[in-house]
Write a protein that binds this ligand. Structure first.
Ligand code: KIV
Ligand code: ZN
Length: 512
């Protein structure tokens, strides 16, 4: 029997990005979109163009740079939304207009203030209108799992008749149970007369921790598309995670023998790490598939079993998601060639200039610590090489701190070719450093979050600082890495300032 392809519709840049704390700037969205393409997702939902200028521009650019995947833009079932979505996505090789309206009585009564007949008519009008613009129209029945299933079937049938080639059944509030959700999908395949003319999709939220379980139950009951996000980010408790769905299909071949997805699973780890680095949001250590502990075997009895035969405790290998096994990589005597090959093994193609910069940073790091690990190299890329080229660059600092004295700092930064120097006093040495930086950049921020993590283990480990600062009411993430936590903090604060300055300039460009 021919296997059925399960289409992966990635909404990291739409449902994921709209969740608090996960906002990305323009370049970051493009970078993420490119990585999603390498990961092999079938569709990238790039944003909700009518919602903001930023979403509109991002979808427009993503549509131009993505070649292999289709690009979707979200629109309510309204003409203006659909026009804006089409304007954003029309340059894509495979554009999709994704239009939606709620179908549950609670949404109809309190949110839309419409009758079922009106919503049915709106659906048909919206799909027909979108269909004039592109053949590829997806329709979603928001809050489908709390809707009367017979009514959803009626709406789906009308949407398909109007031209929808995908109908999506979202568990918008993450309310369904896997068994029940599977039954709902089965009912749709049985009751919607023209369902063979469309792909049935699901979009599950994780409020009860069941988004992936529900998506898998849907696949087994007839769904041909799953909507999901990297690391499961999304509204509230998030969406179903791409990596968990892809690895479930791959690992449980006995159950999913009739299905496949085109995800390049070896790109999963890199995609997950990239998202964490872009958003500054770490995932919990025990997160399935990509958490730090996902392949760590601590208990003695487990380690013993693993040494005898890895099958005892390992259902999938770290390599299958792209984690390379070697731990110690390079030392201070390693040359550029070794560094370049190591980066290639880790999946990074560096240009000549990037390699030069990475090599300089690597030698500094190798001087400061005896052993340089893969994660240290990835931190160099994410923190120093592939970030936005900022207006300000950290140069050096000096601090005085202790129990009986007021902490003071002198910080030097570069603005283009000019070196700026300032001093600051604060509640602690890090605060003093931030005060000095604020004076030089004329930026006053409010620190909303600060976290420090060691990238690798050992007393000489690289510390990575991730912080969130509010500038003029908008939050900006900043990251910095160093074996010295005060330097890492200074770099992170400057990074946040650079992002704020960049975003202000970009907003000005868009208006002007
Ligand atoms: O959760 C939801 O219902 C959505 C729709 C717009 C598909 O995100
Ligand atoms: Zn959603």
């Amino acid at each position: 029997m021919k296997k059925k392809k399960i289409r992966i519709f990635d909404t990291t840049l739409r449902d994921g990005e709209q969740a608090p704390g996960f906002s990305m700037n323009h370049e970051e969205k493009l970078k993420m979109a490119k990585q999603l393409e390498t990961l092999g997702v079938d569709i990238i939902e790039g944003g909700f163009p009518i919602a903001s200028e930023g979403d509109f521009v991002a979808v427009k650019e993503i549509s131009k740079i993505v070649e292999k995947c289709a690009v979707a833009a979200l629109a309510r079932a309204k003409k203006d939304d659909i026009d804006r979505a089409w304007e954003a996505v029309r340059d894509a090789k495979k554009p999709i207009i994704h239009t939606f309206i709620a179908t549950s009585d609670v949404h109809l009564k309190y949110k839309l203030k419409k009758t079922r007949t009106q919503v049915l008519n709106d659906t048909v009008t919206a799909v027909k209108y979108a269909k004039l613009l592109t053949n590829n129209v997806e329709f979603s029945a928001e809050d489908a799992t709390r809707s009367d299933i017979n009514y959803v079937c009626e709406v789906f049938e009308a949407a398909i008749d109007a031209g929808a080639v995908t109908v999506n059944f979202p568990d918008t509030v993450g309310y369904a149970m896997p068994y029940e959700f599977g039954e709902m999908i089965k009912t749709i395949t049985e009751k919607v007369k023209n369902i063979d003319k469309a792909v049935l999709s699901v979009h599950c939220h994780n409020d009860l921790g069941l988004a992936v379980a529900n998506s898998l139950a849907a696949i087994l009951n007839g769904a041909g598309q799953v909507e999901c996000t990297i690391n499961g980010i999304g509204e509230r408790a998030g969406n179903a995670s791409v990596e968990e769905i892809a690895m479930s299909i791959k690992t449980r071949k006995d159950i999913f023998q009739d299905y496949y997805a085109d995800i390049v699973t070896e790109e999963i780890y890199k995609s997950s790490k990239l998202l964490c680095n872009i958003t500054g949001m770490h995932i919990q250590r025990n997160k399935a598939i990509v958490g730090e502990n996902a392949f760590a075997h601590e208990a003695g009895i487990h380690q013993d079993g693993m040494l005898k035969e890895s099958l005892t405790y390992e259902i999938m290998t770290p390599q299958s998601i792209g984690i390379k096994h070697s731990k110690l990589v390079l030392g201070k005597h390693s040359g550029r060639h070794a560094l370049k090959s190591r980066y290639e093994e880790l999946g990074y193609e560096l240009s000549k200039e990037e390699l030069e910069k990475a090599y300089k940073l690597f030698t500094e790091l190798a001087d400061a610590k005896k052993e340089v690990f893969d994660d240290d190299l990835i931190a160099i890329i994410n923190n120093e090489i592939s970030g936005i080229k900022g207006q300000y660059e950290f140069k050096r600092l000096q601090i005085t701190s202790g129990t009986e004295i007021i902490p003071m700092a002198i910080v030097e930064i570069a603005e283009d070719d000019e070196i700026l120097r300032e001093s600051g006093m604060g509640d602690g040495p890090i605060d003093a450093v931030f005060q000095a930086i604020e004076k030089m950049t004329n930026m006053k921020g409010e620190l909303a979050d600060y976290s420090i993590d060691s990238v690798t283990s050992g007393k000489d480990a690289v510390g990575e600082v991730v912080l969130r600062v509010i500038f003029e009411g908008s939050p900006f993430v900043g990251r910095g890495a160093s074996t010295d936590v005060i330097i890492a903090s200074a770099k992170a604060y400057i990074d946040a300032i650079n992002r704020a300055v960049y975003s202000k300039a970009k907003a000005g460009e868009m208006k002007g």
